[in-house]
Design a protein around this ligand. Structure first.
Ligand code: ADP
Length: 246
């Protein structure tokens, strides 16, 4: 199986404190890969390094065989690896359809103009509706983003990310702050997205991780503690200790 994203010797120091220490990570193409670990393990730092929101102190990162260690997030997005942004990236006063249209227009590098947006952007309607359907929001197409319940906002956020046509999606705690119904809905959505894309996510909800992930990397104190399927890592004594002893 080919590797989508790979890190070798990934290290990040903050003023002498090593938050991520010599991490080797391989995300196989077409899989759902989860990064887990107790608080302070270095997950967020690792995620920010992989998505190039932070520059590593040492180490190398490749995506589809290309060295992306020195690239900007916008450059790797053009290669097909996209980080899902937080809800703040959504325009609350625009409808679901208008938000995805704007995302499509931005993905093409066109500048956008809210005042003329409906007329100018309607050429993106068909494609926007496809992404809206993919994330299960068709019945809410004309609702203002601000009026959507939390879980639906995250689905919209994912739709605007899909507008960038990623081959690989990086999701930072996609289930954070969600009730059971939304967790189930977003889980199904991630599974659907992963049918023809690679997904790497940081996620706290272990039952979601167990259900969705093909491969899990467990971090603790900035280092890899264990790797494998949920079956494998959940039996590893060092993982049990890290979670219980944390
Ligand atoms: P996690 O996401 O697993 O909870 P983080 O990556 O947020 O862990 O943090 C790992 C460690 O690195 C923590 O001890 C945290 O305090 C430290 N850390 C994270 N970011 C910074 C920073 N910008 N400056 C200094 N220390 C940081």
């Amino acid at each position: 199986m080919t590797i989508a994203l790979q890190a070798k010797g990934l290290t990040k120091e903050f003023k002498g404190f090593i938050a991520v220490n010599n991490v080797d990570l391989s995300v196989k193409k077409g899989t759902i890969h989860a990064l887990i670990g107790p608080n302070g393990a270095g997950k967020t730092t690792c995620f920010n390094l992989l998505t190039k929101f932070l520059q590593p102190t040492r180490g190398q990162i490749t995506y589809e065989g290309r060295d992306i260690t020195r690239m900007k997030p916008s450059e790797i997005a053009r290669l097909g690896m996209v980080r899902s942004f937080q809800i703040s990236a959504i325009f609350p006063d625009l409808t679901v359809l208008q938000n995805v249209r704007v995302a499509l227009q931005r993905a093409r590098g066109e500048s956008y103009d809210f005042w003329r947006s409906d007329r100018v952007l309607s050429k993106f309607d068909d494609q926007a509706r496809e992404y809206i359907a993919e994330v299960g929001l068709s019945d809410l197409t004309d609702e203002r983003a601000a009026s959507l319940p939390y879980g639906r906002k995250r689905a919209l956020e994912i739709a605007t990310t899909l507008a960038l046509s990623p081959d690989m999606l990086l999701l930072d705690e996609p289930m954070a702050g969600m009730g059971r119904e939304d967790v189930e809905r977003i889980s199904q959505l991630i599974r659907r997205i992963a049918e023809n894309r690679t997904v790497l996510m940081v996620e706290h909800n272990l039952s979601v991780v167990a259900e969705l992930s093909d491969h899990i990397t467990v971090l603790a104190r900035g280092e890899i503690l264990a790797e494998g399927t949920y079956e494998q890592i959940s039996k590893a004594p060092e993982v049990i200790e890290a979670y219980i002893g944390a």
